[in-house]
Write a protein that binds this ligand. Structure first.
Ligand code: SF4
Length: 692
């Protein structure tokens, strides 16, 4: 038996673990002493490796390249030579006929690692000559990246996960850490034990609300109104740090002009929260010697998400809670490497290291390094994944090369997404499982999985961590970056890499933010946080030292905006709000956790629709009863789960189940800046189904 050091492939907490391997099979995972987890793991960390054994509980592993030569035909197993030749030929043809921007690509925020994401964006930019490369950050923390880049200069957590417990006040907004990041939730608990005040803003009585000093049970869809009311109280009661704001922030007067209309008493009808509670929350927040603002999808999956992120960062700025330990802004990233995918430039507007694609000097630098003519580099921001269905239906996107993503499960309004896919000429899926999206592909390229290769992930607090290869892969599968390199070479751009480290070092040379993060340093330190600009730099546990912000003026930008209602509000026909949520034992599209026996046994039928007893009574629905949930876009069947912890007027479902996927119901009202869909809010009706 041997033990291989690795990093959990699920959430952005970045927990370290050891995989115990016997005769090329993983037999268990043990918690390791990582910086963020310190010898603990959650359920997914302990039991989430079993999918590597191809359990076929949900869907089989992909083990052989396959091609569907014409629409409607079955897949044919082919050799790698044929798969690469055919795919390269089709992509080349589409590029020549319709131009580079007719092809969309994705990186992956999951187990592929940073090196592969670097190679994928290089393929898009140097070989296809398009900035059409994106990842699932678009449907989760895209608004955090866009909002924080504007207000503070970096689209990431300002401080560290292990620092949360030292904060004296936590403002937890739209973030159910007990289900989405259980090991981060432990830090919240520890902070509480050390005497921190906890303020939770969430429509449901989530786990964290049970230990909170205040639970502000706001109405669904009222985030901006509440954040503005917070700002109003800080200014009106003169609770804000005037000296700090004068020295380190800009935009106070414009901010004041907006929030003056959001006195807590005036917006009670919007937020549903008594004004005295809003005032009390800000008195607590402002009085704390250190405070951290944390948020999750309850902030970012709305049509006004970027504004709310900017408003939350303004609360930190107004109270001087930046630039030192135990304070700051904490958008806790969802997938294990979604921070890394963004770091590596799997974004339509950024090269690796957050370097702007519209900057000619930056384009020249990458063109020189990649030995291509700069005139061939795309100088416009590329397409976002949430725009693909629309652009495909308009005939503007013709081909989609998808690596480790499952849009036909995870994106809003699946009916729309399916119509978009039907309009595409060519779909390539590079994955480990036969996902919903893989089922409709023209070419399947089977890749090695986490556990079968090593690399580097970035966890939610900007920490780079190496993970190792534990077992040899079965079947005819290849490493993701090897597949991409073969395609690039076949398309006339020779691309050859021998190792992860070779790719990593090429990336470092091009990214000042990451230059000092060598493989050796990660090996020694275990967790190195960017910025790390030089070889002797130890990394940066908290950003904005001396309150210097990475904005054009060096000052933090205060921001408020008028509240906008969600796009589709309840009415007589569809009287309830549907909000999508997570469950602790499963992850993302569930292709990995659904194939782990221990996790699968936690729940064996579609995620139930959670509802309040008053709504259930009104509709005559009993706990556990089968129900139809309908929206204007579709319907799904599931069971009711009735609980006082759910607010009246709203129902909640997870999107992970293959039958009854609630994204059949959601709608894609996109935030105008980040293009993130409003999957936290649409109108639905429920109908009980009589027992036969
Ligand atoms: Fe894995 Fe996240 Fe659980 Fe840690 S908290 S073990 S990273 S799923």
């Amino acid at each position: 038996m041997k033990k291989i050091a690795s990093v959990c492939p699920y959430c952005g907490a970045g927990c370290k673990l050891n995989l115990v391997v016997d005769r090329n099979r993983i037999i268990r995972a043990e918690a390791a002493d990582g910086v963020t987890n310190q010898g603990t793991l959650c359920l997914k960390g302990f039991y989430g490796w079993d999918f590597l054994n191809d359990t076929r509980l949900l869907t089989p592993r992909l083990t052989q390249p396959m091609i569907r030569y014409s629409k409607g035909e079955a897949f044919t197993s082919v050799t790698w030579e044929e798969a690469i030749r055919y795919t390269a030929h089709r992509l080349k043809g589409i590029k020549e006929q319709f131009g580079p921007r007719a092809i969309m690509t994705t990186g992956s925020s999951r187990g592929t690692g940073n090196e592969t994401n670097y190679v994928m964006q290089k393929f898009a930019r140097a070989v296809l000559n398009t900035n059409n490369v994106d990842c699932c950050a678009r449907v989760c923390h895209g608004p955090s990246v866009a909002g924080l880049q504007e207000t503070l200069g970096n689209g990431a957590m300002s401080n560290s996960i292990n620092d949360i417990e030292n904060s004296k006040c936590l403002l937890v907004f739209g973030y159910n850490c007990a289900d989405s990041h259980p090991i981060v939730a432990r830090r919240v608990l520890k902070a509480r034990e050390k005497g921190a005040k906890i303020i939770v803003c969430d429509p449901r009585r989530i786990e964290t609300a049970r230990i909170a000093d205040q639970h502000l049970q706001l109405k669904n869809g009222s985030n901006m109104a509440l954040v503005n009311a917070f700002g109003y109280v800080l200014l009106e009661e003169e609770l804000y740090d005037k000296n700090y704001v004068a020295r380190f922030a800009e935009g106070l007067e414009a901010y004041r002009q907006i929030v003056k209309d959001y006195a807590p008493e005036k917006v009670e009808h919007l937020t549903g929260i008594p004004a005295r509670d809003v005032r009390q929350a800000m008195r607590t927040f402002a009085a704390a010697p250190s405070a951290t603002v944390m948020w999750g999808m309850g902030v970012t999956q709305f049509g006004q998400a970027v504004d709310v992120v900017k408003g939350l960062s303004s609360l930190a700025l107004l109270t001087g809670n930046l630039g030192r330990p135990a304070v700051g802004v904490g958008p806790v990233r969802g997938q294990n490497n979604v921070q890394g995918a963004c770091d590596m430039g799997v974004l339509p507007n950024m090269f690796p290291g957050y370097q702007d694609v519209t900057d000619p000097a930056v384009r020249q630098k990458f063109a020189d390094a990649w030995e291509i003519d700069v005139a061939r580099m795309d100088d416009r921001v590329g397409t976002r994944i949430t725009e693909v269905p629309h652009l495909a239906l308009e005939g503007k996107v013709k081909a989609y090369y998808i690596m480790g993503e499952d849009p036909l499960q995870t994106e809003a309004d699946l009916g729309l997404v399916r119509r978009g896919f039907e309009a595409l000429d060519f779909v390539v899926v590079q994955d480990i499982f036969m996902t919903k999206t893989a089922e409709v592909a023209d070419v399947l390229l089977p890749a090695t999985s986490w556990g079968e290769h090593g690399g580097v992930f970035t966890c939610a607090d900007r920490g780079f961590q190496r993970f190792g290869k534990a077992v040899e892969a079965c079947g005819s599968v290849k490493r993701d970056w090897e597949i991409i390199s073969l395609l690039a070479t076949e398309m006339g751009y020779p691309m050859h890499y021998d190792s992860n480290q070779q790719i990593w070092d090429e990336m470092r040379e091009l990214c000042p933010l990451f230059y000092g993060v060598t493989y050796e340093k990660m090996g020694e330190m275990g967790h190195v946080q960017w910025p790390c600009p030089t070889l002797d730099h130890p990394g940066t546990p908290h950003l904005y030292k001396d309150n210097k912000f990475d904005t054009p003026t060096g000052k933090g930008q205060l921001f408020a905006a008028a509240w906008r209602a969600p796009a589709e509000t309840p009415d007589e026909d569809y009287p309830l709000v549907l909000c999508t949520v997570r469950e602790v034992g499963h992850y993302s599209c569930r292709s990995m956790t659904g194939n782990c026996a221990a996790l699968q046994s936690l729940a064996d039928e579609p995620g139930r629709v959670q509802m309040n007893p008053a709504d259930a009574d009104k509709l005559g629905i009993a706990d556990g009863q089968l129900v139809w949930v309908r929206s204007r876009r579709g319907k799904v069947i599931t069971r009711a789960s009735i609980s006082e912890r759910i607010n009246a007027g709203a129902v909640y479902m997870t999107y992970q189940w293959w039958i009854g996927a609630c994204n059949e119901l959601t709608q894609d009202n996109l935030d105008p800046v980040s293009k993130t869909p409003e999957t936290k809010y649409c109108a639905v009706q429920l109908e009980g189904i009589e027992d036969q």
